[in-house]
Design a protein around this ligand. Structure first.
Ligand code: TRH
Length: 393
């Protein structure tokens, strides 16, 4: 237990590849502060990337308050810390190396802080066996616990704010607000009436081939691409720079470049679209809470390890949805073995026909994920159990 005082928590996040991982850490930090009243300090090494998803961030500040969270610019591994500087709960995201001085001060605390390595999301089965396992520090009297997000009750679940469902239902129940939101992003009435697809992926996705297929589609498609995403293919399609506001129609397809919006508006975009292409971890999870069909572009890893993770997820999610399975594999350049291969015209024809079934399943899946609780609450519950156990003092 934490003696009924305000709990302090430090979350260490290193940005990968421009802004990878800050999306998750920022969401987690805000939720811990807003819903659980925790005094959160988010240590982040790259403020410019952070500013992209949270425009309030000031680039020059070593320390600042953003939405109730203390943000510290994590410049290097130096720094001298005393036990008074150490939070009750310390989270390293994705096994980042916390500054040695901070760890040394952790060992001097009484009681010692609860220390987590919060891992990346994967649907692989081994996760259930490793979730919450302890790992002793080789030299210091400290124990770190692994905490895995995941898709089953034997994992930490997925990040989800308590008010998310209500916000989505409210937004979707007022068609006029949906139309106003899309119009404010620049969509023309014909695009609002079309099948709307948001597109967020890594640069190597086969976007040009997909655009080619969509031009031949049976019904109009409006593809909404945030600025900076798939720029090369988008620019080629537009025949002009891929800047926010640019749009072009060819055949059945209109491609429109949107401004890169702040996180809450990105949710609205997912809720307003009929289909979402998402990537990495946070947008992937948000698409699941949206309860709409989605295609996941997984972050590439050495030795195609990501294909294994992709298949593990599709094994849980795609079930009998063959068209979704085939499109997701082709989108990630994973060996397919189906007749369609990566013929996007064939893939899209099958996909479009299956969209009603996918939509139904997406809602069912969302309910199942709900039943696992939410990651922040699960993590705090576990932290509290560690504090109150005899070995946790
Ligand atoms: O940033 P990502 O590419 O994240 C990834 C994953 O964490 C991956 O596992 C990791 O290893 C890799 O980084 C390095 O994609 P992700 O997780 O979807 O985060 C993107 C964030 O951007 C998400 O919080 C949604 C947000 N976003 C906006 O706020 N506005 C937008 O317009 C768009 C397109 C996204």
């Amino acid at each position: 237990m934490f003696n009924d005082r305000v709990i302090t928590l430090a979350l260490f996040c290193k940005v990968v590849d421009n802004y990878g991982d800050i999306g998750i850490c920022w969401r987690l930090a805000r939720q811990l502060q807003q819903e659980h009243g925790i005094a959160v300090t988010l240590w982040v090494d790259d403020l410019a990337s952070f500013q992209r998803i949270c425009p309030d961030v000031i680039l020059q500040a070593d320390q600042q308050q953003v939405a109730g969270v203390t943000v510290r610019h994590w410049r290097d591994q130096d720094g001298v810390f005393t036990p008074a500087d150490i939070a009750d709960i310390v989270i390293e995201f994705f096994a980042v190396d916390i500054p040695p001085g901070y760890i040394a001060a952790m060992a001097e605390c009484a009681p010692r802080p609860v220390w987590f390595n919060l891992e990346g999301l994967t649907a692989e089965e081994w996760v259930e066996g490793c979730h919450t396992l302890p790992s002793s520090h080789p030299r210091l009297p400290l124990t770190k616990h692994f905490f895995f997000p995941g898709f089953t009750a034997k994992t930490g679940g997925l990040l989800r704010e308590a008010a998310l469902d209500a916000q989505r239902l409210h937004f979707q129940s007022e068609p006029a607000s949906v139309t106003a939101f899309l119009a404010q992003l620049g969509l023309a009435p014909a695009e609002i009436a079309a099948t709307k697809v948001s597109l967020f992926c890594y640069p190597h996705a086969p976007v040009a081939a997909l655009f080619e297929a969509w031009q031949q589609a049976a019904a109009p498609i409006a593809c909404l691409v945030p600025e900076g995403v798939a720029s090369e293919a988008v620019q080629a399609f537009l025949g002009a720079p891929a800047v926010a506001g640019a749009a072009q129609t060819r055949g059945a397809l209109t491609v429109r470049v949107l401004p890169f919006v702040a996180q809450p508006d990105y949710d609205k975009l997912l809720w307003a679209c009929d289909l979402n292409f998402v990537r990495g971890e946070d947008s992937f999870v948000r698409a699941q809470w949206a309860g709409k069909p989605f295609v996941w572009h997984i972050y590439p890893q050495d030795d195609n390890l990501h294909h294994k993770k992709l298949r593990a997820f599709l094994g849980r999610y795609a079930g009998a949805l063959d068209a979704l399975n085939a499109a997701a594999l082709a989108w990630n350049d994973a060996p397919v073995g189906s007749a369609a291969g990566s013929d996007w015209t064939a893939l899209w024809t099958a996909f479009a026909a299956d969209m009603p079934a996918m939509t139904e399943w997406a809602v069912d899946w969302r309910r199942q994920m709900h039943d696992n609780g939410d990651l922040s609450s699960n993590l705090l519950q576990f932290a509290s159990s560690l504090r109150s156990s005899p070995g946790g003092k």
